[in-house]
Design a protein around this ligand. Structure first.
Ligand SMILES: NC(=O)N[C@H]1NC(=O)NC1=O
Ligand SMILES: [Zn+2]
Ligand SMILES: [Zn+2]
Length: 424
């Protein structure tokens, strides 16, 4: 007998949306077929869509060290509530940052204890980082900040660090992910307003950094991933490089799609981020390129802070948006269900995580059960973050995640396991 049968849902598979049951044994999918026999456990999915649960490859859960901003327990619970069964945690803003083996071990210990969903860990590419040590422990790849990170113990990667780091990463068979903004161009004095913030981090600062990272990736043979591209012009650079054979991908985030500069002015510091939200021409171009398939996936870049750092003036506030719980529900309001599933799962293939990202026999039994006929208005009380704030509170969402399963299990602290990439 099967351990579990998810019965009667509209199942989102790589071959299309099928009305079928999903059979599970030992935490893996055994069959996707109509009218499977009994399972020890049964989940009634009639009227619901059964999606492959999401993998969010870009979150900052900040534990250990800044658990008062967000933690692995609360952050992973929020992701599970939003239909995600896995995440990759960034090497900052936890302390110590994950730039050597000991820091990796400390985060692995905390995540194994606290996380409700599976997790991978990014290592940090900073001057002096111990890349080999991190690779041996199973990091997803190496994250570099080309501009100031806002975190004192995570230095930005100067050109030498980035170029030489990419050469080492290429040898180790791991990708480098870049926060692509030019440091000098973004380091000038800033004013207090939303428009000042936008002007201090112009699109050209993003384009220059993306272009430079691509040049280094091409020269070293390193696989490059550009995180949180905010502009259509930025995606265009990635598309052009890929067309000439560079191994480069990119992501964007819901805030670059669903928030406007006017929204940021109305919402204040909770909608402050870097790169900033762009004006309509760049945002429209970003949408067009996303719809055209040029953006590989959508991530949250969930990066909240303590409420105090979001309470004051805009110019002084922490830059980072809390959104991990809402990515899938937001996308389901704008895309067909299979496209929304693809945009929230394809990081698994890019970063070589076996068993995740597709609902098919042999894969992990990771499901998001979603009601596409249940629009609702997001309330602060719905949020599972450490601090229930988000720019999406008050927003009408077109779909609602009813349940998430991780390897057939209900998410709970301690369920999550480390995900290691297959080395090329
Ligand atoms: N350090 C950190 O999390 N920074 C993030 N916040 C943000 O808005 N952009 C980022 O890169
Ligand atoms: Zn960033
Ligand atoms: Zn980030």
């Amino acid at each position: 007998m099967l351990d579990l049968v998810v019965r009667g849902g509209h199942v989102v598979t790589p071959d299309g949306v099928l009305d079928a049951d999903v059979g599970v044994a030992d935490g893996a999918i055994t069959a996707v077929e109509p009218e499977l026999g009994d399972g020890t456990r049964e989940i009634d999915a009639r009227g619901l869509h059964v999606l492959p649960a999401g993998l969010d490859p870009h979150v900052h859960f900040n534990e250990p060290g800044r658990t008062h901003w967000e933690g692995l327990r609360t952050g992973s619970a929020a992701l599970a509530a939003g239909g995600f069964s896995a995440f990759f945690d960034m090497p900052l803003n936890s302390t110590p940052p994950v730039v050597d083996g000991a820091a990796f071990d400390a985060k692995l210990e905390a995540a194994t204890r606290e996380s409700s969903v599976d997790f991978g860990l990014w290592g940090g590419l900073v001057p002096g980082a111990r890349l080999e040590e991190l690779a041996a422990r199973g990091v997803i790849g190496f994250k570099a900040f080309m501009s100031n990170s806002g975190i004192e113990d995570f230095a930005h990667a100067d050109d030498v660090t980035l170029y030489e780091g990419m050469a080492i990463a290429a040898e180790l068979g791991l990708p480098v992910a870049v926060h692509a903004e030019n440091d000098a161009l973004t380091a000038r004095l800033r004013g207090p307003s939303v428009r000042d913030w936008m002007a201090s981090r112009p699109v050209v600062a993003e384009l220059e950094a993306i272009g430079r990272a691509i040049t280094y990736a091409e020269a070293t043979g390193c696989a490059l991933h550009v995180v949180h591209v905010s502009s259509g012009s930025g995606v265009a650079l990635v598309t052009a490089a890929r067309a000439r054979g560079v191994d480069v991908t990119c992501e964007t985030c819901p805030h670059y799609l669903f928030l406007t500069p006017e929204d940021v002015e109305a919402l204040g510091p909770i909608a402050k981020c870097a790169p900033p939200i762009r004006d309509a021409p760049e945002q429209d171009a970003l949408w067009a390129r996303l719809r055209h398939g040029e953006v590989d996936f959508v991530t949250s870049d969930h990066s909240p802070s303590s409420p105090e750092l979001k309470a004051g003036a805009f110019g002084e506030a922490w830059g980072g948006i809390a959104g991990a719980q809402s990515t899938l529900e937001l996308l389901l309001g704008a895309f067909a269900v299979d496209d929304a599933a693809r945009l929230t799962t394809s990081a698994a293939a890019r970063f070589r995580i076996e068993g995740k990202g597709a609902l098919e026999p042999g894969a992990d039994a990771d499901f998001a059960l979603v009601d596409l006929g249940a629009p609702y208005t997001l309330q602060a009380a719905d949020l599972r973050y450490r601090h229930p704030v988000s720019p999406y509170v008050g927003r009408r969402l077109q779909a609602r995640v009813r349940r998430t399963l991780v390897r057939g299990l209900d998410p709970a602290p301690g369920v999550g396991r480390l995900l290691r990439p297959t080395i090329r």
